[in-house]
Write a new protein. Structure first.
Length: 110
């Protein structure tokens, strides 16, 4: 079970790094903010890529499991940063995705 919690923690950090790395250019391109936001965005995307390398399983399995956590963290970002409360359908989809992540992470391996 420790593997699950470690993976979940890494996935949450990874998702935040990816979202920040994509949100900052969005603020520049669509929000009229400073192009200097691209500097921390690039750093954040570098951290995102590095965090993905810390997982003990292969890259494809890691990306597949990470997707579930990314969905949930993106909806939390939507709520707390962008101020839009996720719908019941959003939450249901995130729960299904997190169940999928748990199945992938906790599956018995040889």
């Amino acid at each position: 079970m420790l593997i699950f919690w470690r993976a979940l923690g890494l996935f949450v950090l990874t998702a935040v790094a990816e979202i920040v790395g994509c949100y900052l250019p969005f603020l520049w391109l669509r929000g009229g903010r400073s192009p200097f936001l691209l500097v921390p965005a690039a750093v954040s995307l570098g951290v995102f890529a590095w965090l993905l390398t810390l997982h003990p399983t292969g890259a494809s399995r890691t990306y597949a499991a990470y997707g579930g956590v990314y969905i949930a963290v993106a909806l939390l970002w939507l709520w707390f940063v962008e101020g839009e409360r996720p719908s019941a359908w959003d939450v249901t989809g995130a729960v299904v995705a997190l169940i999928g992540m748990a199945i992938i992470v906790l599956a018995p391996r040889r």
